[in-house]
Design a protein around this ligand. Structure first.
Ligand SMILES: *[C@@H]1O[C@H](CO)[C@@H](O)[C@H](O)[C@H]1NC(C)=O
Length: 351
């Protein structure tokens, strides 16, 4: 009797215990202008990522000016350089080339469909709607939706059998609704217009049938990035994207991980970086130890292919020659991320 009871209660305990699932994590980096770099520098950046076991490169569809971070990149016009709805495929063609190159290094692209810095400073959306108007006007919504549809299904990659980006899941990890939507307007405006993120995600999802091409919320400032609206099943954001330059992970990541798991969604730290200067090495290690302990994937901001000019927002690491000690530090933790076996989110179908 006692034996039978034990068997029965053991079975009951087993039945009540949720299946514990655990996964690898991964790391990657950002370069918003890599598509404009000379090919030898693009390949050197990709090689440095591959050597660090990095899997994802985050980049933007936006116009870039020559000499970003004092690199040797040239000018690259935005998809809509002059007027809304007048598409210039130059940047899309450059990203077509980049995704083929990245694939050779086992790396996929996370593509942001636009950038808040461009919106803030120039271009037809800036001129027509202004920043707040871009997020609140129905006309802007319509026009931005057309941009998204053109990018994902109108344009074709001539290097890949003229396939549209919506079908290139072997090359494209996913799409961000925009880089840091509404971050310039402050947290109250952002929280008042979270629908913009979900509606943009809906427009992307309406164009992309493959659920393994993930949709990202684009990031905001640290904990503000994590909004419960994004965990709703009505909001087609798959991955809530966090940007954190404040090292505040311990304050919000445990709760954010629980919320994401409960919703069947995922988290990524899509941007973080350590400022150049004294204490950088310790700060790099501290952040990456934390991120790997939580098992949340992370993308460093950012790798560059020239001597760091130490301009403003000085988070860059030069990967040319792979001799920079900070590159080596990031590399070690990136390899450790991919080697994890207890991470909370399963990205394997998309990597
Ligand atoms: C920028 O690049 C040029 C050309 O390589 C170099 O001569 C100059 O010193 C760089 N500037 C800074 C601030 O690093």
């Amino acid at each position: 009797m006692r034996f039978l009871f034990s068997v029965a209660s053991a079975a009951a305990v087993l039945a009540a215990t949720p299946l514990v699932r655990a996964f690898a994590s991964f790391a990657g980096t950002n370069s918003y202008y890599i598509a404009a770099l000379p090919q030898n520098e693009r390949l050197a950046l990709l090689q440095s990522m591959k050597n660090a076991d990095m899997k994802v490169l985050r980049t933007f569809v936006q116009g870039v000016s020559a000499g970003a971070k004092n690199s040797s990149n040239g000018d690259l016009p935005d998809l809509e350089p002059n007027a809304i709805g007048e598409y210039d495929d130059t940047i899309l063609n450059a990203i077509d080339q980049l995704m083929v190159e990245a694939h050779d290094y086992g790396i996929k692209l996370l593509i942001c469909v636009y950038d808040k810095n461009v919106l803030a400073s120039h271009g037809p959306y800036h001129d027509t709607y202004g920043e707040e108007g871009f997020y609140t006007s129905d006309d802007a919504r319509y026009n931005f939706n057309q941009r998204i549809t053109y990018m994902l299904n109108g344009h074709k990659n001539a290097l890949l059998d003229n396939k549209p980006w919506s079908t290139l899941g072997d090359y494209i990890f996913g799409f961000g609704v925009m880089n840091e939507p509404m971050i310039n307007q402050g947290p109250d405006f952002f929280k008042g217009h979270l629908d913009w993120v979900c509606q943009t995600a809906m427009q992307i999802r309406g164009n992309v049938g493959n659920p393994n091409q993930l949709i990202f919320s684009g990031g905001n400032s640290a904990a503000t990035s994590v909004q419960s609206a994004f965990f709703s099943s009505d909001c087609p954001v798959d991955v809530v994207e966090i940007h954190d330059y404040t090292d505040a992970y311990d304050q919000y990541l445990p709760d954010a991980i629980s919320q994401a798991q409960a919703a069947g969604k995922k988290l990524i730290v899509g941007e973080w970086g350590s400022l150049y200067g004294s204490g950088r090495d310790a700060n790099l290690r501290d952040n990456m130890q934390k991120l790997n302990r939580y098992g949340v994937p992370w993308l460093y901001w950012e790798f560059i292919t020239n001597d760091d000019p130490h301009w403003g927002e000085d988070y860059e690491i030069n990967v040319i020659g792979e001799t920079d000690a900070d590159y080596q530090t990031v590399k070690g933790f990136a390899q450790a991320a991919l080697a994890l076996t207890d991470a909370p989110f399963d990205f394997s179908a998309s990597l």
